[in-house]
Structure formats: C-alpha cells, structure tokens
Design a binder for this molecule. Structure first.
Ligand code: ATP
Ligand code: MG
Length: 235
C-alpha cells in the first residue's frame, strides 16, 4: 500500500506523522519505504541523514538520471528504507513542468520496486504543486493531518475539493482520511477562545478518522532520528 501524508497548510504534522507511521510499521517487521517528497528534507533529517552529503535523492529519480533502486538508502532501522530529499528537489517542479505525463513520473519510477515493500509512505510538501500531484496519483491512501485551530480547519474543505478534482481529472484512485493533530494541552485550552477538544470532536465526528495528541517529544523529532532510537514512535 502507498500512503501519502498531505496538507497544503504548513506545519500541521505531516513529517511527524509520516516518519512515525513508517517507524512504527517497520518495528512490526513490515518492510517500509519512506519517501521524502519535500525539498525541505525534514523526513530525511528526521531519519538521521545529513542532507548536504547525499549522493542521490528523489530529485534524481524524478529527473530520470537515477533509478529507484540506485536512490533508496538503508537506514539504521532494520526494515526502514529511505528515498531522501534535499533542496535540489525545489527545481524539479520547474524543470518537469513541460514534460508530458509529468504527474505520473513518480508512479512510473516506483513501479519496478513497489512490490518489494509492505508499505510506502510519502511525506508531501506543504503545497499542491507538481510534487504533490505525483504523490496523489501514486497513492492508495492519503492521510491529512489537521491542526485543530481555526486557520488550518478553514482550509480543509478547499483541500478536499482539490483532492476530488485530482481524482476525477488525473484518474487517481486514492481514498483519504483525516487525522486531527491535537497540539495543545488542557491548560492551554482553558485560556483559549478556540473550541474545546470535546466540542471539536463532536463537530467533526463525521469525517475525522483519528486523533494524535500533543507529545512533548515531538519537537525533538528533527534531531537525527532521536524519536525512533527509543523503539517507541513519538506520536
Ligand atoms: N503530536 C505532536 N506533538 C508535539 N509536537 C508535534 C506533534 N506533531 C508535530 N509536532 C511538532 O510540530 C512541528 C511541525 O511538525 P511537522 O514538521 O511534522 O509539520 P509538517 O506539516 O511536516 O510541516 P511542513 O508543512 O513544514 O512540512 C515540529 O516541530 C514537530 O516536532
Ligand atoms: Mg514536513
């Protein structure tokens, strides 16, 4: 199964979700490939790689100068593999913009290796550009981490409309689920004008699929795979 973690809003917990699901599944003896499809390269750093020293990245895969099996890295975690990224990927959107079939490049590049993995997790950038479209048409499932605050919630209906459009126009066949990343603590709630957790849950019970709580170890995620080394995912 190929799962993309997507939200065009920044900082909603996409990378944290992607890295931790990938780590959690790999600890259950599933062979997992984590694809960092964000030029920020946060998932790459989060797994413990130095972005500046990478010999090849997902950029080489998309620009068809390397094949998937030449780009995938073993990580220090037994069943977890990484297709890394760095700032090189930022130029891919421009370079590929006039390539015929540009939305399907990732899907075609992964075709020869996808059956080697139980699960492939794609960490998307915070926008709906060509990279994200490539992730969507490649996916069986899309997870949308949503921060339970006014602005992130406000953008959600538009994002869902865009996803429906992608499904019909690009003949993509993914299903999607929303996960609420509840990033404030009860003490904050008491002082806040935003609705209570219970109110949010009641209001969103129809389409919310899971809830992730605030975790004090979350902010340490980026420090060279710290959250993974304890054998306990951080969310
Ligand atoms: N459940 C959580 N508890 C505590 N901190 C969290 C949680 N989820 C995410 N964070 C923290 O919030 C910040 C943003 O998370 P993250 O980088 O995963 O978001 P993102 O959606 O990938 O951001 P971007 O849009 O820039 O790619 C990070 O510092 C992360 O450690
Ligand atoms: Mg991210």
């Amino acid at each position: 199964m190929i799962i993309s973690v997507l939200n065009n809003k920044g900082g909603t917990g996409k990378t944290t979700t992607a890295v931790n699901i990938a780590a959690g599944l790999s600890m259950e003896d599933k062979k997992v490939l984590l694809i960092d499809l964000d030029p920020q390269g946060n998932a790459t750093t989060g797994i413990g790689f130095e972005k500046a020293t990478l010999a090849s990245t997902v950029y080489n895969l998309l620009s068809q100068t390397k094949k998937a099996d030449e780009t995938i890295l073993s990580t220090k975690f037994q069943n977890l593999f990484l297709l890394p990224s760095n700032l090189d990927l930022a130029s891919a959107e421009v370079e590929l913009s006039s390539t015929p079939g540009r939305e399907y490049i990732l899907r075609e590049a992964l075709a020869p290796i996808k059956d080697q993995f139980n699960t492939i997790i794609i960490d998307c950038p915070p926008n709906i550009g060509l990279l994200t479209l490539n992730a969507l048409v490649t996916s069986d499932l899309v997870l949308i981490p949503v921060q339970c605050e006014f602005f992130p919630m406000e953008g959600l209906p538009t994002l869902i409309k865009v996803m429906d459009l992608v499904k019909s126009r690009l003949r993509a066949s993914f299903d999607f689920r929303r996960t609420d990343n509840v990033r404030w603590q009860n003490s904050t709630l008491a002082k806040s004008p935003i609705p209570s957790l219970e109110q949010l849950r009641a209001a969103s019970s129809e389409d919310r699929d899971s809830t992730v709580r605030q975790n004090g170890r979350g902010p340490k995620q980026g420090t060279s795979g710290n959250s993974l080394s304890s054998k306990e995912p951080c969310i």
